[in-house]
Every structure is written in C-alpha cells, then in structure tokens.
Design a protein around this ligand. Structure first.
Ligand SMILES: [Zn+2]
Length: 129
C-alpha cells in the first residue's frame, strides 16, 4: 500500500487568495489554481531567496518534492501573468506551525502534535484524519 502523501509545512499563507486581471469580468477569465504548498515553495525560493535545501527542510519535504512544487508554482504564475488568467491560491495538503513544536491542520484548523519518536510534522490530523 502506498504511504499517505506527506503534509507540507506552510509557515506563511498569502495575504489574499485571489488575483485577477483588471477590467475583465470573472466569467470570461480562465483561472489557474495554486495550492498553498506550491505558493509556499515559490515564496521561500523566489520571495526570500532561500536555498532549495533549506526551503525543503522548512517545509518538511524532500528536495525533489520541493523542486516539483516550485516548478508547478512558477509555471502557473507565469502562465497567468503572460496569458491574462486569474490566480486562485487555496487548498492543498498542508499544516501550519502552531508554536511549541505543534502544528495546525490545513483543513480543519485542529491542533496536531508531532508524531512520537518521529521527527518532523505529523501525517494525520486527529480531528479530521
Ligand atoms: Zn484536521
């Protein structure tokens, strides 16, 4: 059986969850959807200039996973800017730090403790699983 996909740590969410070109009605717009972990990879790499190794550690993912997230984010963002599409940033499989080494579930906001004996972020939320 495949292991459940690992949840990525998102430290800072975008200030807004939507961008659209001015003067074009929503109904005529195409939209690219970005997950919050794709946005976080983009923020860490291109916004803060983090090394990919460090950024991957901060998100609790492998370097390959980080690179994949970053590539997806960049291609969706550049496609939106070049081709006049809207950007919708929401959802994904992520957790946020909640202080004292705990995390908060990206779906339900419930608090999660790191798995015992295992380093790093927890895989499942006790509230919404
Ligand atoms: Zn939850």
């Amino acid at each position: 059986m495949a292991r459940p996909p690992k949840r990525k740590v998102v430290t800072e969410k975008p200030a807004v969850d939507y961008y659209k070109p001015r003067g074009i009605p929503m109904i005529q717009l195409e939209e690219n959807s970005l997950t919050l972990e794709e946005m976080e990879a983009f923020r860490l790499a291109d916004g803060l200039g983090c090394y990919q190794e460090d950024a991957a550690t901060r998100m609790g993912v492998s370097r390959q996973t980080f690179q994949r997230l970053l590539k997806q984010a960049r291609s969706k963002i550049v496609d939106a800017l070049v081709n006049g599409k809207a950007l919708h940033m929401s959802g994904g499989n992520y957790i946020t730090p909640a202080g004292k080494g705990n995390y908060r579930c990206g779906y339900c906001g419930g608090e999660m403790k790191p798995g015992t004996g295992a380093k790093g972020p927890p895989l499942r939320c006790p509230t919404c699983d």
